[in-house]
Design a binder for this molecule. Structure first.
Ligand code: PNS
Length: 162
């Protein structure tokens, strides 16, 4: 049986940190689904279609990775698609409490689902989508933070808003 993992998140937009976790997960599982979900605590800068298109550009060299979107619970998506592994990246202790709570909640909602954590690479420890947007919005250089495939798209889009 093929081992499938979900890499869930908001990806607003995908960063080099996300891509690092996705590509390392792709090395561990037969198939990876990058799943764009809704985090009700966040206000998004990019539409779900834009975020999906950005991810598609970044994963074109990873043949066992695909992107999907879902408007409901992560635990329900996993159950409907018979997937039992969720993989998330942990940057620092500050991520831990929130991720721990989500992992426990998802397991409560779906007994089959396990959450595995990968530690981010050291160079991505501090990286977040919201910082990328802030830096780009104020004219800073984000080339170290977002995959080169989408750098132009993101700059164009964020500068259009200014
Ligand atoms: O990148 P993020 O915003 O930290 O990702 C959080 C996300 C989108 C994975 C989380 O909010 C989520 O799973 N949303 C879908 C709705 C859901 O299942 N909520 C209960 C999670 S405990």
């Amino acid at each position: 049986m093929k081992q499938v993992a979900i890499c869930p998140g908001s990806f607003d937009p995908i960063t080099k940190g996300h891509l690092d976790i996705i590509s390392r997960t792709a090395g561990l599982f037969d198939k990876v689904i990058v799943l764009i979900l809704k985090n009700d605590t966040k206000h998004y800068s990019f539409s779900i279609e834009e975020r999906k298109a950005f991810i598609e550009k970044c994963i074109k060299d990873l043949p066992n990775v695909s992107v999907d979107t879902y408007d409901g619970l992560l635990a329900d998506y996993a159950a409907k698609n018979d997937i039992s592994v969720i993989v998330k990246g942990l940057r620092a202790m500050s991520d831990f409490e929130y991720e721990f709570q989500m992992a426990l909640t998802n397991r409560k909602l779906n007994k089959q689902v396990e959450t595995l954590f990968l530690t981010t690479s050291a160079e991505n420890m501090y990286l977040s989508s919201s910082m990328v947007k802030q830096i780009a919005g104020l004219g800073g250089d984000i080339s170290d933070f977002v995959p080169k495939e989408i750098l132009g798209d993101i700059l164009e889009r964020l500068q259009k808003n200014n």
